[in-house]
Design a protein around this ligand. Sequence first.
Ligand SMILES: Nc1ncnc2c1ncn2[C@@H]1O[C@H](COP(=O)(O)OP(=O)(O)OP(=O)(O)O)[C@@H](O)[C@H]1O
Ligand code: SF4
Ligand SMILES: [Mg+2]
Length: 370
Amino acid sequence: MTGTAAPAPAPILEARDLVCHFVAGRALLGTPTTIRAVDGVSLSIRRGETFAIVGESGCGKSTLARLLLRLIEPTAGSVLYDGRDLTGCSPREMRALRADLQVIFQDPFSSLNPRMTVGALIEEPLRVHSRLPPAERRARVAALMRRVGLRPDLAERYPHEFSGGQRQRIGIARALASEPKVLIGDEPVSALDVSIQAQIINLLEDLKTEFGLTLIIIAHDLAVIRHMSDRVAVMYLGEVVELAPTDALYDQPLHPYTQALMRAIPVADPTQATGQAHLGGDIPSPASPPPGCRFHTRCALATDLCRRERPAPSTAPNGHVVACHHWREAARHPPPRPAPPRRTPAADRRFDLYRRHNRPDPTGPAPKTP
Ligand SMILES: Nc1ncnc2c1ncn2[C@@H]1O[C@H](COP(=O)(O)OP(=O)(O)OP(=O)(O)O)[C@@H](O)[C@H]1O
Ligand code: SF4
Ligand SMILES: [Mg+2]
């Protein structure tokens, strides 16, 4: 035993200076409006980790996810999967790689073809990506349904006959059918009731271990992210402003924007409320982001330097990478209330709901009656 720290796992997915600009219609004089949805994002996702992406609505989270899966083409930059540049792959090569990179969406209903039975929906990726004969495909569908907590005898039903949580289970089974290496959840539980959210999160965590997945989770709920992720990237107006291990980020957020997000987490104990204003003002339009630091219009620490120069990411203690000219000063003035508890009683109650009452959950609840 040498006592040296184990090296960080190799990256499975890397974004290098990713840019995605949308041209959103033309003004009267013919000048197109450019939406800078993702504007120079570099990050590296390690094999086997759960990596979270957070930020306000419209900051570019879903666009980044779609770029990582190469569902859309970047304006500039590249995505490397297992060291291989996806942007250089032909459509045929991409089809083969697609099995490895799967996604589940916020609204499983709109992503599931309503005319296909659940069995056919889950079988479809097997038809595309495997050479299994029909009988084995059907056996695999039944096994997947059982694994995500759905009764296999419901395979002939249609998505509208199931509840929201059950539809998300169908989406997960379909994503798992091609035996992916990376699974991206774009707000996978935001549309679900709180108790159902806990079930789906626990299911994803179990499947991650069982299938050796790398999970990328996009979410608004910072409590959920704290519960399940290893590292977190915080996005603001198309940029990653802070990236850190989860505990380090929640214990000492360094970027003023992350600090504001943390202050906005509801506290379990109202006596700890600070009365401090949370993040004020609206997020500026990605069609005309502010010059310099994009957060300067809402930042209490903004200086002339911030208004002039875009801050480059720098490495701070505890593994933070932070893009702020004044992060040292921000670190000296952390959010005034104590850092949120590692697990709030409310969050514990939510996650216990599933663990105590529903495990093991071999079949899941009965579907809605048609
Ligand atoms: N196909 C598109 N054409 C034009 N603009 C787009 C397109 N897709 C996204 N945008 C714009 O890009 C910006 C980022 O959108 P994106 O959906 O990535 O944000 P988001 O962080 O996922 O938001 P939300 O939390 O609401 O899902 C938004 O201003 C959005 O309107
Ligand atoms: S660079 Fe300046 S404006 Fe931007 S977050 Fe840091 S202190 Fe605030
Ligand atoms: Mg989104």
